[in-house]
Design a protein around this ligand. Structure first.
Ligand SMILES: Nc1ncnc2c1ncn2[C@@H]1O[C@H](COP(=O)(O)OP(=O)(O)O)[C@@H](O)[C@H]1O
Ligand SMILES: [Mg+2]
Length: 253
């Protein structure tokens, strides 16, 4: 019997001063141990969903629910969600003068596990994770206000995930086109962490990353909801036929 880890039920989301909804009756259930891919054309609402899951304040949820481990999380602060084992890739402050990656991650670690950890002790933990991800130890000393490239932000996100050991991680690949090295870091981090208890939602416009992280389930999102679900072969088919093929199917063309 599969145990649902994340259940999103009939979610409707809009911007505060707009009438039309971005998410329009979005439904998704992810069981423990499953990796799902959420694909869709630009503007279909993928990043909005990721932000809602992270507790981003800029949107209005007009109806629906989001259960994590059976508990409603919509009213929870981002910190509270993180303590439950939900990974919030959007929560890192990218422009904090003088704060190093090591210090920022130490604070996140302390909040996640509700414990104090001395700098030296944490340094050891962090080095272990950096090594496993084949990343330079000096990355830990970078300052958060230095300005990161898209690939470096992804690296930081994956180290953060590795250190925090979440039970569920949502990764929005953005559509900015990661270079091949960043792609490998992301997939290596995800693959190393896959387990029967841990689940992933990989959000992507292109199926490229799915060559490295093989999803159990693939969903296609359009106009704010999931319109088609399949297995790995669906993403390959999308690559060949494009999103308009799905749209055509929907209207019975
Ligand atoms: N903060 C925002 N301000 C204005 N429009 C937004 C905002 N967030 C999302 N949208 C709009 O909602 C739609 C979905 O956007 P998004 O969730 O980023 O889609 P995707 O990630 O699938 O490309 C787009 O039309 C986008 O312009
Ligand atoms: Mg997006």
């Amino acid at each position: 019997m599969k145990t649902p880890l994340l259940e999103i039920k009939d979610l409707w989301v809009k911007l505060p001063d707009e009438e039309t909804s971005i998410l329009q009756g979005f439904n998704l259930t992810i069981n423990e141990g499953e990796t799902h891919a959420l694909m869709g054309p630009n503007g279909s609402g993928k990043s909005t969903l990721a932000k809602i899951l992270a507790g981003h304040p800029g949107y209005e949820v007009t109806s629906g629910e989001i259960l994590f481990k059976g508990e409603e999380i919509l009213e929870m602060e981002p910190d509270e969600r993180a303590r439950m084992g939900f990974f919030l890739a959007f929560q890192y402050p990218m422009e904090v003068p003088g704060v190093t990656i090591a210090n920022f991650l130490r604070l996140a670690y302390q909040r996640r596990f509700n414990t104090e950890v001395k700098f030296l002790q944490f340094h050891g933990i962090l080095m272990k994770h950096l090594k496993a991800l084949e990343m330079e130890p000096t990355f830990a000393n970078r300052s958060l206000n230095e300005g990161f490239s898209g690939g470096e932000k992804k690296r930081l996100e994956i180290v953060q995930m590795s250190v925090l050991q979440p039970q569920m991680a949502v990764l929005d690949e953005t559509d900015s086109g990661l270079d091949i090295d960043a792609l490998k870091i992301v997939s290596k981090g995800v693959n190393a962490m896959r387990s029967p208890e841990r689940s992933f939602l990989v959000i992507t416009h292109y199926q490229r990353i799915l060559n490295y992280v093989e999803p159990d389930v693939v969903h296609v999102m359009m106009d704010g909801r999931i319109v088609k679900t399949g297995d790995r072969s669906l993403s390959v088919e999308l690559e060949q036929k494009g999103y308009e093929w799905v749209r055509g199917e929907l209207v019975g063309v």
